[in-house]
Design a protein around this ligand. Sequence first.
Ligand code: SF4
Length: 692
Amino acid sequence: MEKHMAVCPYCGAGCKLNLIVENGVVVDAEGIDGVTNEGELCLKGMCGYDFINDTKILTPRILHPMIRRTKGGPLERVSWDEALDFTAKKLMAIKEEYGPDAIMTTGSSRGPGNEANYVMQKFTRACIGTNNIDNCARTCHGPSVIGLMDTLGSGAMSVSIPNMEKADCIFLFGYNPSASHPIVARRIVKAKARGAKLIVADPRVTESARIADIYMPIKNGCNLAFMNAFANVIVNDGLMDKEFVDAHTNGFDEWWKVISKYTPEYVQDITGVDPATFRRAVHMYAESPNSIIGWGMGVTQQNQGVKTVHTIAAIACITNQIGRDAAGVAPVRGQNNVQGSCDMGMWPSLFPGYQKVADPKARAKFEQAWNLPEGFLSGREGFKLTDVPHGAKSGEIRAFYNFGEDPVQTEPDSTDMIESLSKLDLFISQDIFMTQTTALADVVLPGTSWGEHDGVFSASDRTFQRFTAAVPPKGECRHDWEIFADLSTRMGYPMHYNNTKEIWDEMRELCPNFYGATYEKMEGTGHAQWPIPTLDCPGTPTLYKGGQFTTADHKAILMAHDYIKPTETPDEVYPLVLCTVREVGHYSCRSMTGNCRTLTALADEPGEIHMNPADAAARGINDQDIVQVKSRRGSVYTRAIIDDRINKGAVYMTYQWWIGKCNVLTMHQVDPLSGTPEDKHSACQVIALPDQ
Ligand code: SF4
């Protein structure tokens, strides 16, 4: 047996493991002593390696390139030469006729790694000539990136995952770590065992809520009102650190003009939290020596996601609960390399290393490094991933190059997404599995799987870690970065790399905050946490020490906004709030975990809808019944799970299931400041079926 060091491909916790290979087949995984996981793994890390072996449980691996010669015709197996020549010719024709901004690409926040993403964004910007590139952060933590960059200067976690267990108080808001990041949940449990206080605000009684010192069962869709009131109590109850506010923030007076009316009593009907409990929670957070606020998609997938993050950041600043190892903000990222996709510039306004495309100096630097004529790179912010449906239907986007995403499964309003993709002149999908999205493509390109290539992932807390290949590529699969470089060369912008290290070193030279993160530092269980600007820098687990924010004048900018209701609220026809959530044993669109034997045995089709006993009884629904769920977008059938941890008036579905797909029901309504869909709040009805 051989052991090959890897980083788990399933969430931003960044757990290190060995893949164990026997006779060329990955047969097991074991946790090793990584900086975030200390040898531990969760269910997915332990049992989630199987898909590499092409088990064909849910869908087969794609093992060779395919094209459709005519729109709507069959997918035909072709050689790599034919597939790439076909793609290059079509992309060049579209660029010639409609301009580079008619082409949209994506990064992949899953298995491919940072190097593949870097080459994809270089292909998009330097070969095609557009900033139309985005990644799945748009659908999840985009509001955290934007909201924190606006206020503090950096869009990432300010603390490290290991240091979370040193906090004296952890406040989890709209975040269910036991399902999303079990190894982060372990840190929280360890903190609690050490004596830390735990505050949880969530509509559902999550695992964290069960062990919380204060649990606040908030109403769905109340976030900004809740956080504004939290900030209000800090000021009114004398919990603010005025000296810190005066020295390290801007905008307090304007901020207070908005916040001053949001008392807990004023928002009680919106939040559902009694003012006494509310005040106890605020005091616990503000008076603890070191407090961390952690949040997830309960905050971000709302119509006021960015605005809520502005208030969360302000709360950390006015209480001086930031800039220390165990005091700060923790938006824990979902997919394993979604932090890396953002680090690598898979973002329509940012080059790698968070350098703005609008900055002429940054453009000039990248032009010189990439051998481009002066003025070639665009300063226009590109389209967002959630612009694709409208852009495809309006004709503004004519070609879409999807790299390792599955928007039909994971983006809202699947029916509309399928119709939109059918309008494109050219739809390319590069993936390892024939997902519901890839099955619609005109060109299908097989990349290598996690386990078949090496590279660097970024964990959620800005930690770069190396992973290695365990087995050779299956079939005719090629490394993603090789595919992009080959295609780019065929389109007249030659790119050639011999290995991922050459790509990584090119990227480091261009990104000052990443320069010291060499492959050598990341050998074995080594890691490098950015900012890491020099070769002798050990990395930076904690941002903003001494109140030094990374804004222009190093002061935080306090921003406040009034609360508005969610876009779609329950009514007589659709009386229940529908909220999408995660299932601990499965991941994203489920193409990977759905092809793992153990994980599939633990939870299989058709998915579930979780509902409160009173709502079920009112509809004559029993536990395990098959029910119909309807919204303004569509209808699905699924199994009802009656669960008293669910709040009355709301139902919860995971978005992973191919049958009973909940994104048939969700709506394409986005936070206007981030373009992130409002997946946590739409309206639906659940209907009992006769004769069960
Ligand atoms: Fe993988 Fe996340 Fe589980 Fe760690 S916590 S083993 S990174 S899924």
